[in-house]
Design a protein around this ligand. Structure first.
Ligand code: MN
Length: 203
């Protein structure tokens, strides 16, 4: 099996009270687990693609054979997006961006405004998807995608992304997506987000 479900980097209840234990259990083990299983199943008869990294697969999504392209888009996107999502969260969070990312966020209008714009992008996303802070041609941008589409598919680098599928928040917040989005910032690991930004700007 080319891809495996990475363990959650902290206990299921570590993000309480902002994200509850049961949501984390179901979200990681069952939802992310299913994306990994379905991705492996799709790639079973395509060794050339099964040997690629997940980043290579998503950046080159249009070169993936048509017969499995939708499966790779949905499940490969799901695998990458969730792996990033677990890593950019942390119990207690790390409060605010630092270093070159902090400067870039200041240039985009400031930390508070950027958070508001990402929340707004997440709220306006109809149905399921993600809200993102991406690096696009050297510039930070805020946008949202549908389903499990990943900015890598559009040549952008996802610096930070928040899952706005109902499975990410419904048990605790029900239909109150805005409340979940506001609470989510309490568990963002800005050290990790800063590392993602720096590694992308060096490329
Ligand atoms: Mn999810």
């Amino acid at each position: 099996m080319p891809f495996t479900l990475p363990p959650l980097p902290y206990p299921y209840d570590a993000l309480e009270p902002y994200i509850d234990k049961q949501t984390m259990q179901i979200h990681h083990d069952l939802h992310h687990g299913a994306y990994v299983n379905n991705l492996n199943a799709a790639l079973k008869d395509y060794p050339d693609f099964a040997n690629m990294t997940i980043e290579e697969l998503l950046r080159g999504i249009n070169k993936v054979p048509e017969a499995i392209r939708t499966a790779v888009r949905n499940n490969g996107g799901g695998h990458y997006n969730h792996t990033m999502f677990w890593e950019i969260m942390k119990p207690g969070g790390s409060k605010e961006p630092k270093g070159t990312l902090a400067d870039a966020i200041k240039a985009l209008g400031g930390f508070e405004q950027v958070k508001e714009q990402i929340n707004d992008a997440g709220l306006k996303r109809f149905g399921s998807g993600w809200a993102w802070l991406v690096l696009d041609g050297g510039h930070l941008k805020i946008l949202s995608t549908a389903n499990q589409d990943c900015p890598l598919m559009d040549g952008q680098f996802p610096v930070l992304g928040v899952d706005v599928w109902e499975h990410a928040y419904y048990l605790k917040y029900q239909n109150r997506r805005g409340e979940y989005l506001k609470a989510w910032w309490n568990v963002v690991n800005w050290d990790e987000v800063g590392k993602r930004y720096e590694s992308a700007t060096k490329k």
